[in-house]
Design a protein around this ligand. Structure first.
Ligand code: 13P
Ligand code: SF4
Length: 359
């Protein structure tokens, strides 16, 4: 639906009144009405880098979800304030790993005698507390655009990918499995899944000892719904179609795709394709619809008819953005995101490790 012209005018006026005092970051899964007011857009990695580069503005308005705003708060200076226009914009995947559960898992790894040779690699889509745990245990954060490099780095800490060390991959089992099997070309049998709701993760001591990848049992509620059947149907119905998906999709789906990548990479790959290319895209719907608008000379469709928007990304809408911006104009900060300094310290160690990875 077209945006309310009154709200568009108010957002414009508020941004103009704030000038350089505000910097608006927008994730690719945001609504068009919000993206229109972003000073920069990107995938998780690009937005973290932009925040770490400390845009010269006292206010950072983050149009994305809570873990992204937390990371921006950790990476910006103490004088800068990060605002999340709707505090209910969480992430169901990030909620699947609570600190006490991860701590219990680690205690079991200590008990099994393998903690010393295990490095945590934590997906950006996690709470600051889990990032902090990662920093305290010598690990790194990763995103979907640097997961392969992060995993290689982590194994290098314990004798290399061919050695006997392990990675505890949090909280997205699919990104962990896809990176290990598809990007590093390793054996799926080396992966086990840690179920935080079962004693000892539902694993035997032997399974823990033999595994190279301990995958936390988390997933994205949007990407987890793309199916093998949808890929096969698309291939049958659209001759010559190319399938491009996000690595949060299940392994069977990723295996069948022509291209896999972060949101930024999906945009790049499609932008470089010749006129008339037919795509089905397996990622969040706001981005797929925007790709269709950006590249009308290609044929772009959504992989699965009954998968919907990411409901929490969609919480950030124009009314919330206008409210956040107009409040700043009036000298009031609404919905500031402020991570506890002790948590932030170790989370920053893990985030800085990611930013220092090669490439
Ligand atoms: P990227 O933009 O890094 O690909 O991440 C996708 C995502 O799920 C963010 O929530
Ligand atoms: Fe979380 Fe998935 Fe939504 Fe990204 S798309 S914010 S991983 S629920």
């Amino acid at each position: 639906a077209p945006s309310d012209p009154d709200l568009v005018a108010r957002a414009r006026a508020a941004k103009e009144a704030l000038g350089d005092r505000v910097f608006v970051l927008g994730h690719h899964y945001q609504r068009d009405e919000v993206i229109e007011f972003a000073d920069t857009t990107g995938d998780s990695f690009k937005l973290a880098k932009e925040a770490a580069a400390r845009p010269d503005a006292p206010y950072i308005v983050f149009c994305g979800v809570h873990f992204m705003a937390e990371s921006a708060d950790i990476l910006t200076s103490d004088e800068q304030t990060v605002v999340l226009p709707d505090l209910a914009a969480g992430c169901s995947m990030a909620d699947m790993a609570a600190l006490h559960q991860v701590q219990e898992c680690w205690d079991e790894l200590v008990e099994a005698g393998v903690a010393d040779s295990t490095i945590p690699v934590t997906y950006m889509n996690s709470s600051a507390a889990i990032k902090s745990f990662t920093g305290r245990h010598g690990g790194t954060i990763c995103t979907s655009s640097n997961a392969q490099t992060a995993l290689t780095w982590a194994f290098d800490q314990t004798g290399g990918v061919d050695g006997t060390g392990k990675v505890l991959f949090l909280p997205d089992q699919h990104l962990g499995r896809n990176t290990w099997a598809r990007d590093l070309g390793r054996d799926l049998d080396d992966c086990v899944v840690w179920n935080p709701h079962l004693p000892m993760g539902g694993l035997t001591p032997e399974q823990i000892r033999d595994a190279r990848m301990i995958l936390w049992r988390g997933h994205c509620s949007v990407h987890g719904r793309f199916t093998v059947d949808a890929v096969e149907t698309a291939r049958r119905e659209i001759p010559g179609v190319k399938v491009i998906v996000h690595p949060e999709c299940r392994h069977e789906v990723v295996e069948l795709a022509d291209e896999v990548g972060s949101t930024e990479r999906i945009i790049k790959v499609v932008s470089q394709a010749p006129e008339g290319t037919k795509w089905v895209v397996g990622t969040e719907l706001n981005l797929v619809q925007r790709l269709g608008q950006m590249f009308p000379e290609q044929q772009i469709s959504f992989l699965e008819k009954n998968v919907c928007y990411c409901s929490t990304m969609n919480r950030i809408d124009l009314p919330h953005l206008v409210w956040a911006l107009e409040s700043l104009v009036e000298g009031r900060v609404v919905n500031p995101i402020s991570v506890d300094p002790d948590v932030a310290h170790w989370a920053k160690v893990a985030l800085d490790q990611m930013l220092a990875l090669p490439g």
